[in-house]
Design a protein around this ligand. Structure first.
Ligand SMILES: [Zn+2]
Length: 159
């Protein structure tokens, strides 16, 4: 399974590019078994002009329960890591969003996901939209959630 690494905001030129590390992490947690649990973490990236490069996806930590729903996650570990990356990189690498898995081939967000993403987007201090990503068995779902609740679902590939 190789997920697409380049995603495009419809109606614009903005790209989201996934480096190899996040793609490998997603591949390890694909929810294709009947009793597999939802997994997830945060996305760390680098803003390049209007584009976004995702450098790292954190893996479920030993401090996390493997959670059934997004809101059950313990965010402490992930956000502490985000702060460390931010300071180690002198502000180049920052928290950009969240990822989790769904046991669907072509995943779609639940109403709980949308609600949770909107809360996270409203919490962002840099006022950038939240990058929200779901790992399915065949494809990724990638979208920007704005603090207003406006959604931009990205399409894969470069046209
Ligand atoms: Zn979900």
């Amino acid at each position: 399974m190789q997920f697409m690494n380049t995603w495009k905001v419809p109606g614009g030129d903005q790209l989201v590019y996934l480096q190899q590390q996040p793609l490998e992490v997603f591949g390890r947690y694909i929810q294709d078994g009947t009793d597999s649990k939802e997994a997830g973490g945060i996305l760390l990236g680098h803003v390049r002009g209007e584009h976004l490069e995702i450098i790292e996806a954190t893996e479920p930590s030993t401090m996390d329960r493997r959670f059934r729903y997004l809101f059950e996650r313990m965010t402490f570990f992930h956000h502490r890591l985000a702060m460390k990356r931010w300071s180690d990189s002198h502000g180049l690498i920052r928290y950009v969003g969240e990822w989790h898995t769904h046991p669907q081939d072509y995943p779609t967000p639940s109403s709980t996901d949308l609600h949770e993403w909107q809360i996270l987007a409203a919490d962002r201090r840099d006022e950038r939209p939240l990058l929200a990503l779901i790992v399915g068995c065949q494809s990724l779902h990638v979208e920007y959630m704005h603090c207003t609740g406006k959604r931009q679902v990205l399409k894969h590939g470069v046209e």
